[in-house]
Design a protein around this ligand. Structure first.
Ligand code: LLP
Length: 413
């Protein structure tokens, strides 16, 4: 996504230095070409029923782009649902799921006539029936099943084991069938699952497909006409040279083997796979110091800007763009936040860096800006979209200092 042309860093045909001139670090940059490529490639291999998992990146410009590429949206909150509708996704290309939807969330989704509300508990099915009856509507729903499969990813992003909070246990199909037969306002037409994120193990996909096919067949045998089988997201993205290899073509082979003769409409909900590699985080070095033999580069992005390393111990490649002499010094790159976990990477080799030099953190297009916060009362990062030789600011943060008046002082102070 970032290329060096004539010793200068470029995103597509735009010089990164041109962006730095007008945009204060830290900021995210996305490549429209790369997002387009990933979406087109995924559609070509897995078919047209791709729903972008909006939680990975919910910037309006990104959502508009995703919509223009002909895919749908997978949302998990009313906020994401509103953003997707605003960006132009047709309601019949939006799926709403999530383990904790409130009554108000469900009412909003019912009113918007979206493609499917995926329910995650028997209680939620009962509530939906009540709400649909009150609104005098018959609505299409799906059930998210928990197939009890360990995707082999880190526990913090695993969702498909039976002790995880997600979905309805796959061995409770009979209970769902009994319940649904008394719900005259609900049309159960879909089953879905999502066993976790960063899944590279092809056997995990295979086992999930086997279980989901069995589950859909079981519903059919009970007289419920299942149309959609939604197989979730979770496709692995390589964040560094030590990451396992993953080919989406292998997922497709398993899909074909398991669903070959079936008539179900198959769909997927990738987030990370479509956008992680299309983004970088650009940050400036604001201080250098040596503590106990460790050479620290303190940068202006922190765990509040990009939380994956602090939260999941995630590795992201970091490079310098300002100095390209031989790598000679071992550095630990840290943010400015007052937490020891605010470290992006330890002991990487870079050429000698000084204050004002620029570092880029790679593969940060997914779960980057969306997870940023104002912790330590710092402003949110900006976002920039590049299209060939053009670039546009797609998010300009309000300076946090300006928000002071939003707080309310009670009369007794
Ligand atoms: N569908 C459902 C129901 C999900 O819960 C998720 C992600 C996805 C699709 C998309 O998964 P993806 O294709 O992006 O792996 N913040 C974490 C990732 C959390 C993912 C939660 N659910 C991270 O930065 O690694």
């Amino acid at each position: 996504m970032l290329e060096i042309k004539n010793k200068l860093p470029f995103v597509e045909d735009t010089s990164l230095h041109d962006i730095i001139k007008v945009c204060q670090t830290p900021f995210y940059v996305y490549s429209q070409k790369m997002i387009t490529h990933k979406v087109e490639m995924t559609k070509k291999i897995l078919g047209k029923n791709i729903f972008f998992s909006v939680k990975a990146n919910s910037n309006q410009a990104i959502l508009k782009l995703m919509n223009s590429l002909g895919i749908g949206a997978d949302v998990v909150s009313v906020g994401e649902l509103k953003r997707s509708l605003d960006a132009g996704f047709p309601p019949n290309k939006i799926i709403f799921e999530g383990v904790g939807k409130s009554k108000e969330d469900l009412i909003y989704a019912i009113q918007k006539n979206i493609r499917l509300i995926n329910t995650e508990s028997l209680e939620e099915i009962k509530l939906l029936q009540k709400l649909a009856l009150e609104k005098n509507k018959i609505i299409d729903i799906g059930v998210r099943l928990n197939p009890n499969i360990d995707g082999g990813t880190i526990s913090k992003i695993s969702t498909g084991k039976k002790t995880d909070k997600f979905g309805i246990e796959i061995n409770e199909i009979e209970k769902i069938v009994n319940l649904i037969s008394n719900c005259n306002n609900l049309n159960l037409i879909g089953v879905s699952c999502h066993i976790g994120s960063q899944i590279s193990n092809i056997d995990a996909y295979k086992n999930t497909f086997i279980e989901m096919k069995k589950a859909a067949d079981k519903f059919m045998a009970s007289g419920i006409n299942i149309k959609h089988v939604d197989l979730g997201g979770g496709f692995h993205v390589s964040y560094g040279k030590n990451d396992p290899k993953f080919r989406i073509e292998d997922v497709k082979s398993e899909l074909d083997s398991q669903f070959n003769s079936s008539k179900y409409e198959l769909s997927f909900e990738p987030g990370r796979y479509l956008i992680a590699e299309a983004g970088i985080l650009v940050t400036s070095i604001i201080n250098t110091k040596e503590n106990g033999g460790v050479n620290y580069l303190i940068v202006d992005a922190g765990m509040n800007t990009f939380v994956r390393p602090a939260m999941y111990n995630a590795h992201h490649d970091i490079e310098t763009i300002t100095k390209k002499t031989d790598n000679s010094i071992q550095y630990t790159v840290a943010g400015p936040i007052c937490e020891s976990t605010d470290i992006f990477v330890r002991n990487i080799l870079l050429s000698k860096q000084t204050v004002g030099d620029i570092l880029i953190i790679r593969n940060t297009g997914a779960y980057g800006k969306v997870m940023s916060s104002t912790y330590n009362t710092r402003s949110l990062p900006a976002e920039v979209l590049v299209n060939k030789e053009n670039f546009a600011m797609i998010y300009i943060p309000e300076k946090i200092e300006k928000n002071i008046e939003e707080d309310i002082i009670p009369s007794w102070l």
